[in-house]
Design a protein around this ligand. Structure first.
Ligand SMILES: CC(=O)SCCNC(=O)CCNC(=O)[C@H](O)C(C)(C)COP(=O)(O)OP(=O)(O)OC[C@H]1O[C@@H](n2cnc3c(N)ncnc32)[C@H](O)[C@@H]1OP(=O)(O)O
Ligand SMILES: CC(C)C(=O)C(=O)O
Length: 516
């Protein structure tokens, strides 16, 4: 069977999703999980975008050994130099350089003639080859480009040393039936096409990213797929990694391809990305949604009891859902707790970290009779896992609401090590909490989104709150979890403030390297 290269761009295109900005530490955590998942290439960021992104790619390059680490760069000398420097320490390294090839992008955005675009692409690929033998060239907006011109630039890029040629459907315009044929047509027109691996990168604007990607593989002969965990990405997102990987694995009769992905890590990776970014996974999401393997109707339940294959084409445990029936609660010990952490793929680095989490687990178990996987995940969520690294911390809350009275909240929080108490009235209990925090912090941030999910099934469920704040052109998400949704809201708000506050330059998408 042919090998299908899985190129994950959660840390680059995924991060282009408004609100999905990640800190350097978060990027490193996700990169390590992607390596455990077995992705072939991790696109760790865009080195020239900010000092923070550069440093994050550098750290990932020094830590990740199995996967190739890649940085994106425009077809601009300075971008390529930054990419080359950032990935220098990687065991396997790639530079991914791109330039747009559609008439609309060349004329209206780049203000370049087609000849100038080819010249820039060739120069970029040649320069990238000075840093690594593994160079990818992408023709941005390929699906709206003239086929003859696209073939010409791909041929020149390969001659210049590109080893992977990626044809993106940048704006999600492609139709599955035509897209595969389009890729095949370009490959056929390029005389040296066999000197490169062909790749596709599809966006989900019309909900067809997965279908287009698979058509690019089946019909077009692409052997690299660019995708993200949970389909995160610019606008409506990218092709979802878990979907294409499981499609190929579930239908070997049709695809006749294999990947290096350890599919048991799919759910843990999805949960990690969701908790870091604050983007909840919809329950009916294929593979990684909470309902993806649930059967609620009698006829289906009957069928599954008699023979699972009647209604299941995959096994839940093969994609990382736990089939363990051990119920964790306040009487559970460290060993059961540790085993569950391992099964959930939570990256813990030391016994101290486990012991601290175990204390938080016991505290939670005192408030809830049954602890679910999602509760365990939330114990390691960014808002709660490393309180010492945060400028603000949640301590306690006193909130009063009475019919006919204005709700009032008093919040005790830490600020740079010291403790402060702040209070305010609001239109509702959550509003009072946020106003109390802001009465002291005065961030000037705007609340763009507030959502609360009961992340486990019962009325004892833990509340998972996402708060999105924007300030000075930056958008951040904060996540908070607690059985009390008012406390979860305060934690989420404080987590978002910490992201705004953090001196971590990954969050500061400023200080960009100027175009030469
Ligand atoms: C389809 C995609 O997803 S592409 C990746 C998109 N991701 C990002 O843009 C995130 C990172 N980007 C950034 O941090 C910044 O945009 C930077 C650092 C790359 C550039 O910042 P600035 O120098 O301030 O330029 P700005 O973003 O305003 O405009 C982009 C410039 O690059 C040019 N450009 C765009 N793509 C390319 C390319 N592939 N190759 C060469 N030049 C390009 C544009 O024409 C424009 O040039 P102009 O300033 O002469 O008009
Ligand atoms: C840079 C390229 C690969 C891209 O992200 C796109 O075209 O969507």
């Amino acid at each position: 069977m042919d090998q299908l290269v899985i190129f994950d761009t959660t840390l680059r295109d995924g991060e282009q999703s408004p609100g999905a900005t990640m800190t350097g530490d978060e990027k490193v955590r996700i990169a390590q999980q992607l390596e455990r998942l077995g992705v072939d290439v991790i696109e760790a960021g865009f080195a020239a975008a900010s000092v923070g992104d550069f440093l994050a790619i550098q750290r990932i390059s020094s830590l990740v050994k199995e996967s190739t680490v890649c940085s994106l760069s425009r077809a601009v000398e300075r971008d390529i130099e930054r990419a080359g420097e950032a990935i220098k320490g990687a065991a396997r390294k790639r530079i991914h350089t791109f330039i747009a090839t559609s008439p609309i992008h060349m004329e209206m955005k780049l203000h370049m003639t087609p000849d100038q675009v080819v010249e820039r692409a060739v120069k970029a690929v040649k320069l990238a080859r000075e840093y690594t033998d593994d160079v990818e060239f992408s023709a941005e907006d390929a699906s709206r480009s003239d086929p003859a011109f696209l073939a010409r630039i791909c041929e020149e890029a390969i001659k210049a040393g590109a080893t992977t040629i990626n044809l993106p459907d940048t704006v999600g315009y492609a139709i599955p039936e035509l897209f595969g044929q389009f890729i095949l047509d370009i490959r056929t027109r390029v005389p040296n096409s066999d000197k490169a691996i062909w790749s596709v990168h599809c966006h989900d604007d019309l909900g067809m990213a997965t279908a287009n990607s698979l058509s690019g593989v089946l019909v077009g002969g692409a052997r690299q797929l660019e995708c993200t965990i949970n389909g995160l990405g610019e606008r409506a997102g990218n092709c979802a990694l878990e979907e294409v990987v499981m499609a190929v694995k579930t239908r070997p009769d049709y695809f006749k391809l294999e990947t290096r992905i350890n599919t048991k890590e799919l759910v843990p990776t999805s949960k990690l990305v969701s908790s870091v970014t604050g983007f909840p996974v919809q329950p009916n999401k294929a593979i990684v949604g909470a309902n993806a393997f649930a059967h609620a109707s009698g006829i289906h339940q009957d069928g599954v009891i008699k023979a699972r294959q009647t209604y299941e084409i995959m096994r839940a445990e093969d994609v990382g859902w736990s089939k363990d029936r051990i119920v964790l609660g306040k009487l559970s010990g460290r060993n059961a707790f540790k085993q569950r952490i391992q099964e959930l793929g939570i990256p813990v680095t030391s016994e101290v970290e486990i012991n601290e989490a175990f204390l938080r687990f016991k505290d939670l178990a005192d408030k809830k009779s049954e602890i679910f996987d999602e509760d365990i995940q939330s114990l390691f969520a960014p808002s709660g896992s490393h309180p010492m690294n945060n400028y603000y911390g949640f301590v306690s809350l006193d909130q009063k609401s009475e019919t006919g009275e204005r709700p009032h909240a008093k919040v005790v929080m830490t600020e740079g090590g010291g403790e402060i108490t702040t209070e305010a009235y609001g239109n509702g209990p959550i509003d009072a909490v946020f106003k109390a925090i802001e009465a002291h912090v005065k961030s000037g941030a705007r609340l763009d989104l507030y959502s609360v999910n009961a992340i486990t099934g019962t009325s004892e469920a833990i509340g998972d709150v996402v708060v999105r704040l924007s300030c000075d052109g930056r958008v951040v998400n904060g996540v908070g979890a607690d059985p009390d949704i008012i406390a979860a809201s305060a934690k989420a708000y404080i987590a978002a403030l910490n992201k705004l506050k953090k001196a971590d330059p990954v969050n500061a998408q400023i200080g960009a390297v100027p175009t030469p």
